[in-house]
Design a protein around this ligand. Structure first.
Ligand code: IVH
Length: 686
């Protein structure tokens, strides 16, 4: 045997042993050898590979931290969207969810899998022929960031599947930082004078989204896999529990506290037990996730928007603490609202220092009888801004007068003024909020600029809070459209701005002209239009002009866009100031239209309404299929409705359609009208 062949054989053997011990240690938490023995194996392999670079394979355990830092992450399009979860906060809400599920699956046996709701970062891992190929963040659910190199550094993530696996599959799970790792990391950062992470979730997300995998490798990240996304050439198991078993066999790490429950009572017992013990867990969990066990039932139930009907997050109540209310401040929001907030004696809640908390509005402060100087209970629930629950009355010594925004902001003229621009404030009748009516108020403008340049918006990096404040105060920028007139010279003369940062900002502004429509719509900052609604509107209207001219009836007919949202869209485009900005933006931007291809197809131009319960799909799925085939869908019959699709237990719509002479079709007829379902799509669920 030549030396190289010998070395190759030894390298293979070492890799086999190291993988085995990795699995024992990181996945099963049951090491068989000492750390020194493990290090010796790894060192021997490293030396062999150094001597014979030709022997290095991408899945070698030495390669977990091999990659060079990236300039930016690539984008990964998820084959199937990564969904989010609806929430239940009380047992009544959980029971209500159960009741709905039972009603949609009449007479069927229901069993569930309960899991901890890990507070980390959702990721999707694709394996090809048994090898870890691509790891992506959830992103907006449709597309995420390619963080493969960073995920490779997580020791409990198998680079190779155990046993035989051909074809491709995807598993999903949560990357998290155990609390001990989080505390250690923050201590080190404090020592190094670096900003601290607010909580383990931010720390985990920050670590995975590092451009340099070597930094990620130093963070003690862990991963629990909680879902099989899709399998290409194999059978999908029948149940979620079997999928968990299968993934465990493949070598994935799963939460040992996952539990199969055959009744709602068992689910409630699981919740009670973990609610009691949650503070003893080595990681942060903000509730439990209840999933319907049968994958067939899951598929039949489908989802509403991004939330599956077949699963729910049953949240633990928020973490609470008491502290002193030192003062009440007023900030001005993007839409001019005057938002009271509590200035607190700093206090730790669930591992985070809280200095400020929201007070919602004046009515709420009075209803809760919160007075300056009170000892107050504050609470934090996951991501949500901390809130003041109420005063601890026994601890109150003096009782200052009731808080009043007008009093707080009253000037010498006896009137209340915006704390930022000085314009007189007002409170519209029937509303709880006070407003600064000045749409050029620097606070509003600054918020709207920060929102416009944010990542889910126009993604113009480099313009943060400080720079936007400076642009405004110097009069360089008066609204978001002015950003596109900024010149290199105007930026270059600024303190602390190197040539490179100026170039980056100017490039980012130029690049943003091609931002996709959903991001542009989000960036405008229309009240109630978050990322998901922006996607809905973009697909409905295809371009900004059509959206800006939308009529009430058209907005009303979009599933998912309710009255409040519709009104806010109309109000936004009715404002002359906004119209001027939109006109300018339409000239400046080069937004790609949403491809018309979506509008072509066998049902092109036809309007459908669906009524009653369908057998093979949920109503959302039917809508999606109709739209994918070029049709349009409406929740109610209109004068343009071409077909009413009639499912079981159809109600008054059927009578109305008959009376109006609208053609009714069955689910089977609809399916025949649609494209054959397998048109080039990979087989996901068999
Ligand atoms: S299942 C439709 N299982 O919760 C299924 N998600 O709000 C959605 N999460 O983005 C995923 N623990 O990051 C699932 N045991 C668990 C989970 C879990 C935490 C997160 C996940 C997801 C978010 C949904």
């Amino acid at each position: 045997m030549t030396e190289l062949l010998q070395a190759q054989a030894r390298a293979q053997e070492l890799r086999r042993q190291i993988e085995h011990h990795n699995y024992q240690y990181y996945v099963l938490d049951a090491p068989e050898i000492s750390d020194q023995e493990y290090d010796a194996l790894l060192r021997e392999l490293q030396e062999l590979e150094n001597e014979h670079p030709a022997l290095v394979t991408p899945d070698s355990p030495t390669q977990r931290v091999g990659a060079e830092p990236l300039k930016a992450f690539g984008v990964v399009k998820h084959r199937r969207p990564l969904l989010s979860l609806g929430n239940a906060f009380t047992k009544d809400e959980l029971r209500e969810w159960h009741r709905k599920v039972a009603k949609l699956l009449p007479g069927e046996n229901l069993s569930f899998v309960c899991e901890h709701k890990m507070d980390g970062l959702a990721i999707a891992l694709t394996y090809k022929d048994g090898q870890f190929a691509v790891g992506a963040t959830r992103g907006d659910g449709e597309e995420g960031e390619n963080v493969t190199q960073n995920l490779r550094t997580i020791r409990s993530l198998p680079l190779k599947v155990r046993g035989e696996a051909s074809g491709a599959f995807e598993v999903r799970g949560e990357v998290f930082l155990p609390i001990s790792g989080f505390e250690k990391l923050n201590k080190e950062r404090e020592k190094d004078g670096l900003p601290l992470f607010a909580n383990p979730r931010n720390a985990a997300a920050g670590s995975v989204r590092q451009l340099d995998p070597k930094v990620t490798a130093k963070r003690p990240l862990d991963i629990y896999i909680y879902m099989l996304g899709w399998v290409e050439n194999g059978e999908m198991p029948q149940t979620h529990w079997e999928a968990l078993e299968l993934m465990k066999k493949w070598g994935f790490k799963e939460n040992p506290h996952n539990h199969k429950c055959d009744s709602l009572e068992e689910v409630e017992k699981y919740y009670d037990e973990w609610y009691e013990r949650r503070d003893k867990l080595p990681y942060e969990a903000d509730g439990i996730v209840v999933k319907l066990n049968s994958l067939d039932q899951q598929q039949r139930l489908g989802s509403v928007g991004r939330e599956p009907r077949w699963a729910i997050a049953f949240k633990f109540p928020a973490h609470q603490a008491t502290t002193q209310l030192k003062d009440i401040g007023i900030s001005v929001g993007r839409t001019g609202t005057l938002n009271p907030y509590a200035i607190l004696e700093p206090v730790y809640v669930g591992g985070v220092v809280i200095r400020q908390a929201t007070l919602h509005n004046e009515d709420d402060i009075r209803r809760k009888d919160i007075r300056l100087g009170d000892t107050v209970v504050i609470q934090r629930a996951g991501d949500v801004i901390p809130q003041v629950v109420g005063p601890v009355l026994e601890k109150r010594k003096d009782k200052p007068p009731e808080f009043s925004i007008e009093e707080k902001l009253r000037g010498r003229d006896g009137k209340a003024h915006c704390p930022v621009c000085g314009t007189e404030i007002y409170r519209p009748e029937g509303e709880v909020m006070y407003y600064c009516p000045n749409s050029s108020c620097p606070a509003q403008l600054q918020e709207s600029i920060e929102h416009f340049v944010s990542k889910p918006g126009m993604d113009i990096r480099g313009i943060g809070e400080k720079l936007s404040a400076a642009f405004l105060s110097e009069g360089l920028v008066r609204n978001v459209a002015d950003l596109y007139d900024l010149k290199v010279e105007q930026l270059a003369t600024r303190e602390g701005m190197g040539e490179k940062s100026v170039r980056n900002i100017i490039d980012a502004i130029a690049k943003s002209k091609k931002r996709p429509l959903p991001n542009v719509i989000f960036a405008l900052g229309i009240r109630h239009i978050g990322e998901e609604n922006a996607v809905l509107l973009a697909h409905e209207f295809s371009n900004l002009k059509a959206l800006s001219e939308a009529k009430e009836e058209r907005l009303d007919a979009i599933p998912g866009i309710g009255d409040k949202i519709g009104e806010s869209i109309l109000a936004y485009f009715n404002s002359p100031d906004n119209c001027t900005i939109i006109q300018r933006l339409m000239k400046i931007l080069d937004t790609p239209e949403i491809p018309a291809a979506r509008k072509a197809g066998p049902l092109a131009g036809e309007e459908f309404v669906v009524t009653g319960t369908l057998r093979s799909m949920s109503r959302d799925q039917a809508w999606e299929k109709i739209r994918a085939a070029g049709g349009t869908t409406k929740p109610n019959l209109t004068k343009n409705t071409r077909y009413l699709v009639v499912g079981g237990d159809a109600g008054s719509k059927l009578d109305k359609a008959r009376a109006a002479g609208i053609e009714t079709i069955t689910e089977e007829q609809l399916l025949r009208m649609l494209n054959p379902p397998s048109s080039g799509q990979p087989r996901l669920f068999s």
